[in-house]
Write a protein that binds this ligand. Sequence first.
Ligand SMILES: CC(C)(COP(=O)(O)OP(=O)(O)OC[C@H]1O[C@@H](n2cnc3c(N)ncnc32)[C@H](O)[C@@H]1OP(=O)(O)O)[C@@H](O)C(=O)NCCC(=O)NCCS
Length: 184
Amino acid sequence: MTPPLETPRLLLRPLELADAEQAQPLFAQWEVVRYLTNQVTWPFPPDGVHNYYRDVALPAAERGDAWHWTLRLKSDPDRLIGCISLMKGREINRGFWLGAAWHGQGLMSEACEVVTDYCFETLGFPLLRAPKAVANVASRRISERQGMRIVETKESEYVSGRLPTEVWEITAEEWRARKAAGIG
Ligand SMILES: CC(C)(COP(=O)(O)OP(=O)(O)OC[C@H]1O[C@@H](n2cnc3c(N)ncnc32)[C@H](O)[C@@H]1OP(=O)(O)O)[C@@H](O)C(=O)NCCC(=O)NCCS
């Protein structure tokens, strides 16, 4: 079960298949997909989000292997503006995207605070790991601000080609120490 969460400006609602209709046109933008793994095909198919939610995201949530939330502004709760997910596994435990119109307002930083806290304090993950393209400055900055550390550098295949990658990580203990210090 994925519970609803909230931040000062955002409602995080558990993902439903019906969300695909609003997510598709926001996600299928070069600015949004270029630094995502090349498992995302480009050009992006018109039913790509629906099929991904139906065949991958929602079955993983039902198995208890993933938690997916849509993001909405409290001021406009019927409009989906992005998504954030947690995943079990050793390679990648968190992923997120936001429609380009809402970039640069601190919204994903806000969502990451509450979702990372949920990951450690409710789900009991021992650590959170997230690889990202070095070129993805906004995403790297979120990791940096959250007190994550780079544990590996390598190259990976993205929608925009092969690029340098940094693998970022934070443990539950480090997250709690950061909270106790009043950071974030
Ligand atoms: C990554 C993404 C979710 C960031 O969301 P956002 O809400 O715009 O991010 P925020 O506004 O919270 O900004 C986070 C930090 O990055 C900085 N930043 C945001 N956009 C930036 C940009 N285009 N260039 C440089 N820095 C940027 C912000 O200033 C902020 O830094 P600060 O905390 O020092 O002020 C958004 O850019 C996105 O959806 N990108 C496409 C999908 C993607 O790449 N997902 C991540 C895959 S690893």
